[in-house]
Design a protein around this ligand. Sequence first.
Ligand SMILES: CC(C)(COP(=O)(O)OP(=O)(O)OC[C@H]1O[C@@H](n2cnc3c(N)ncnc32)[C@H](O)[C@@H]1OP(=O)(O)O)[C@@H](O)C(=O)NCCC(=O)NCCS
Length: 171
Amino acid sequence: MNVSRLDGDQLLARAGELAELLVDAVDGGASVGFLAPLDRAVAEAWWKERAAGPFAVWMAVDGGRIVGTVSLAFPDKPNSRHRAELVKLMVHRRARGRGLGRTLLATAERAAAAAGVTLLHLDTETDSPAERLYRGAGWTRAGMIPDYAADPAGVLRGTTLYYKHLSALTG
Ligand SMILES: CC(C)(COP(=O)(O)OP(=O)(O)OC[C@H]1O[C@@H](n2cnc3c(N)ncnc32)[C@H](O)[C@@H]1OP(=O)(O)O)[C@@H](O)C(=O)NCCC(=O)NCCS
């Protein structure tokens, strides 16, 4: 298993594979911004649009195929250069339960700290498996917002907000 960051050209070239991951996550019921069924072309276009933005994407590759991903979204506000939002942490259902999610999360955290980011934040569906992953990785629960977003089936679910200070990683 190899985890690496995609540059803009790689992101455009491999948007189709990343789209497969997004479609798989939605098919599996994960609340990642889309309703089911998610059209593969829509998912691919979403990834391609990210190539232009303040966005960093990592991929986990196994047997030449992308099986997991995580991204950081950087705010464009001048007063927010110290923070980033962790988004789209996804592992293909075939590859889950082997520590890949934890590895991708740690990779993004290390890269953020190395880039001078001192605060990460995210939101995730309340009571989803991902919550345990974040808590286990030392993230702090900031609170919960009910009825925040529709799950893939269209049912409104709460979201839980988490944050993590990275100063400990940079020493
Ligand atoms: C969340 C997700 C990325 C975890 O990926 P993974 O590779 O299976 O995770 P790991 O094997 O690294 O597991 C790490 C920890 O996560 C937690 N975890 C993972 N899957 C879990 C599950 N089904 N139920 C409960 N906890 C779970 C556990 O704490 C686990 O540690 P442990 O095995 O020591 O108990 C994956 O389930 C996924 O892609 N889900 C769909 C997309 C999603 O919801 N992403 C989060 C959006 S914010």
